[in-house]
Design a protein around this ligand. Structure first.
Ligand code: NDP
Length: 789
């Protein structure tokens, strides 16, 4: 084409990035790789090929990690741990800094290798994946320096197992490795089978900077290799990014083991465009939201929700823009979209599209050319869909956008939240009042206002609901790699002895069965059965409802109605907690007597438990308006406002001992943060909490905020764990119970905290007056707002 012709058609010419350097690196290794264990590459063993999805050429042969390989890597990580933890924060920071510098120096090699292995366009690997990876190591070098000051009383988990997907191979690695190392952990990481190459190049960098052997270990392999890491008994924490399906398998596999767990899972994020949006910007943003990285992005804005009044014009502009997107050679610098990761992904998406068509939707594919060979798909738009269409509900993980319309803001919110996921959302409106009214109503870990796909190492990234739990990035992410030091020292608790009624001591004052407390009222149990409450001395003290599934369901329903409590001001919540404290104080003697009867406590001990309960209510009244968020300094013209939000409905199963204090210690932080709760009090000694009804009734606790069901803890815990209306569950009890609730929580991936059969000293204010439960009662939503633009 000559210059005149170029001027005439204004088309792009080819602008290929050289691949020699990447080929040279692959050749240096004979295109065969082993694992990186204890600071060295092992020799190559039987495995699989890593294929360039754009050209279908084989890039290298990769070893398939066996259980034995994983074991060696875990042993190396364990052996390196004391040395790594003995280093000062400054020493660790220097290693992180050195990694960042080396990544920077080799950024071109990393970018080309990433594009060859994954199929993403070089423009994105060069300008997004690699710079963000580098940024993570710089940012976390800072955390290594300051961790002791910011996280006093925390210790690292130990050996971390990390499993990552194929869509952002180096970036996901950096999100996992940088905070783990900064916190003082060592690790074993498994990259995805499709995209192991940049992880192996990263291993080489670790070796070149002199990172001590065993601190970072990389074992390549398939799903089974990942499972071997998850199941290894000497791994202390699992950090996983991938599909919700595999996340659930991992949740089950780690149940009852005490391993820390953070899950970054899938999404079906809404992209909401109001009629008062800057339409051209919103169209441009949408191109980035759904066609960045071929749509293989967990937080992709894959559900367009556009206001009905502008739907026609918006879709017209969008189609025109789609038609101009260029799909082709990922190493061509002027391409907009590259290849999908593998043919199997293309087939999967085509099948989903066929199914969607059968369900009645219209499929529009962009008009541009697409290479005949390789894993390419056109940008695709789905219209004429109902909210129940599989393409609207399922994560497609490809360049496919579904479009729905809404009439008013309430409908937009309802549609946005009509998903099991909750990773991200974009809101487009030139009316800041509207945008900031919608942001808190969306159930997702990230909200972008008039922008999309913004991420930074200083701002936590992660989801609500079935998009997982835990955050990556910033202080929020550091917490995922740290544990309270006292948690590591807990001892197993002794089971309470079974109590039998001593006929001689049976009092004649049993005149009623204490009821359940549901929706602000005392409620009879569904079954009509009751349980005897026997004092420590064998005296029959009374009877309580033997709660069942139906009682729990009623309580959860009431708690969901009570959840508007979360939108009340923190000041009001504090007032009610103070009021509870005040009213409990008024009845101190009565409660102390009750504790003495039930648990055989000495007078002083009983009084002390009541006093501590009052103090705890005051402590969390005090916290209600102080445990708040942050504004992150992100390196773009925006701020990321980390809002602390309640989780929703929390199920709480209290232990047998500390019949009043343990329940109050969990109830108070949960409601201080705006959650509503369903509490199962001590199975053995429930009367302190049934007496508490009267304290609640005189303290203006709104209906449905605190619901109490008495009965057999284990059975009620099971129902709470299985109930999809419960968003989080706290269980204090024996290890088998912890294991059960963690396993059963996978229905909606509720966040579970359990005591794992350990003995907790509820009288310890250092532990339980502070933010231990506040953290568990909240989740962070990062709202990105243009600022200074
Ligand atoms: P998968 O869940 O299939 O795989 C993720 C990783 O887990 C891979 O390394 C995989 O190995 C491994 N794995 C597979 N089975 C098991 C198992 N039973 N036990 C342990 N590890 C296992 O996800 P994809 O790789 O297909 O990635 C796409 C998914 O990741 C999407 O759903 C996407 O939304 C999500 N994602 C979420 C992100 C977030 O931050 N929330 C970010 C990026 C992606 P192998 O490669 O051999 O299968």
């Amino acid at each position: 084409m000559n210059i005149n012709e170029i001027f005439a058609n204004l088309d792009y010419g080819p602008a290929p990035e050289a691949r020699d350097m990447a080929n040279g690196w692959l050749d240096e290794h004979g295109r065969k790789f082993g694992h990186f264990i204890d600071g060295r590459f092992t020799s190559h063993k039987k495995g699989f090929a890593s294929i360039n999805p754009a050209t279908e050429e084989e890039l290298a042969q990769i070893s398939n990690g066996t259980k034995g390989d994983v074991d060696k890597a875990v042993k190396a990580a364990r052996a390196a741990l004391p040395m790594w933890q003995a280093l000062s924060g400054f020493e660790r920071a220097k290693y992180l800094y050195a990694i960042a510098r080396q990544l920077q120096k080799h950024s071109r090699l990393f970018a080309v290798l990433e594009s060859m292995d994954n199929g993403k366009v070089i423009r994105e690997s060069r300008d997004s994946d690699i710079p963000l990876s580098i940024r993570h190591f710089y940012h976390h070098a800072g955390w290594a320096m300051h961790i002791d000051k910011r996280f006093t009383g925390y210790v690292p988990y130990g050996v971390c197992g990390q499993i990552i997907p194929w869509n952002f191979p180096l970036l996901m690695l950096s999100w996992k490795i940088a905070p783990a190392l900064a916190a003082g952990n060592t690790l074993v990481l498994k990259p995805a089978e499709f995209t192991p190459l940049t992880a192996l190049l990263f291993a080489q960098i670790c070796s070149e900077i002199g990172l001590p052997g065993g601190v970072v270990n990389i074992v390549t392999g398939e799903g089974e290799t990942g499972a071997a890491i998850v199941e290894h008994p000497d791994v202390d924490k699992i950090a996983f990014t991938g599909s919700t399906e595999v996340g659930k398998i991992i949740r089950k596999a780690t149940a009852g083991t005490g391993k820390g767990l953070s899950l970054e899972l899938g999404g079906k994020s809404p992209y909401i465009v109001f009629e008062n949006a800057d339409i051209d910007s919103a169209v441009e943003g949408l191109v980035d939201a759904i066609w960045f990285n071929q749509g293989e992005v967990c937080c992709a804005g894959s559900r367009l929700l556009v206001q009905e009044s502008i739907e026609t014009v918006f879709i017209e502009k969008l189609r025109a823009r789609m038609d101009r997107l260029r799909v082709g050679d990922p190493l061509d610098k002027s391409m907009d979209m590259g290849a999908l990761v593998a043919p199997v992904q293309v087939q999967k998406i085509k099948k989903m599209l066929e199914q969607g068509k059968k369900e009645g939707c219209t499929v529009y594919e962009a008009k541009g050319d697409v290479p005949a060979n390789g894993s390419f798909l056109r940008p695709t738009l789905i219209t004429d869909v109902s909210p129940a269409n599989s393409l609207v509900c399922e994560e497609i993980f490809g360049p496919v956008l579904v479009s729905l319309s809404f009439r008013n803001p309430d409908e937009a919110v309802a549609l946005a939240n009509n998903t099991r996921y909750g990773l991200a959302a974009s809101i487009w409106s030139e009316n800041i009042n509207l945008a900031l009214d919608i942001a808190p109503r969306i159930k997702s870990g990230i909200v972008w206002i008039n922008c999309t796909n913004q991420m930074d190492a200083s701002a936590g990234f992660g989801g609500y609901r079935e998009s997982g739990f835990g955050r990556e990035g910033g202080a929020e992410g550091m917490v995922s790699y740290l544990k309270r030091d006292w948690e590591k020292k807990l001892k197993p608790c002794q089971a309470e002895p079974v109590r039998k009624v001593d006929g001689v001591k049976t009092s004649s004052t049993i005149d009623r069965t204490a009821k359940n407390y549901i929706g602000g009222k005392q409620a009879r149990g569904d079954s009509g059965y009751s349980r005897q409450v026997v004092g420590a001395d064998g005296a029959l003290l009374g009877t309580v409802v033997d709660g069942n599934r139906k009682d729990i369901r009623n309580a959860v329903e009431a708690a969901r109605k009570g959840f508007s409590w979360g939108s009340k001001s923190a000041h009001l919540r504090a007032q009610i907690l103070y009021y509870l404290g005040e009213n409990l104080d008024y009845r101190r003697k009565e409660f102390a007597d009750r504790l003495r009867q039930m648990n055989g406590l000495a007078e002083e001990e009983a009084k002390n438990e009541v006093d501590l309960s009052i103090r705890r209510l005051f402590a969390f009244a005090g916290w209600a308006d102080k445990y708040d968020g942050a504004v992150h300094n992100v390196p773009i013209r925006a701020v990321s406002v980390a809002m602390i939000e309640p989780i929703g409905v929390i199920g709480i199963v209290a232990p047998d001992n500390f019949a009043l204090l343990a329940s109050v210690s969990m109830l108070a932080p949960a409601i201080a943060m705006g959650n509503s709760i369903v509490l199962v009090p001590s199975q053995l000694s429930p009367l302190a909490m049934t007496d508490f009804y009267q304290v609640m009734e005189t303290s203006d606790v709104p209906d449905g905020v605190i619901n109490i069901i008495t009965g057999k803890s284990h059975d009620l815990a099971r129902t709470l764990a299985e109930h999809d209306g419960v968003d989080a569950l706290w269980f204090v009890g024996e290890l088998t119970g912890s294991s059960m609730v963690e396993k059963l929580s996978t229905g909606n991936l509720k966040q579970v905290w359990s005591s794992l059969g350990k003995d907790l000293d509820w009288t310890d204010g250092e532990k339980f007056d502070g933010d231990y439960f506040l953290q568990k009662a909240t989740q962070v939503k990062n709202v990105w707002i243009p600022y200074g633009a």
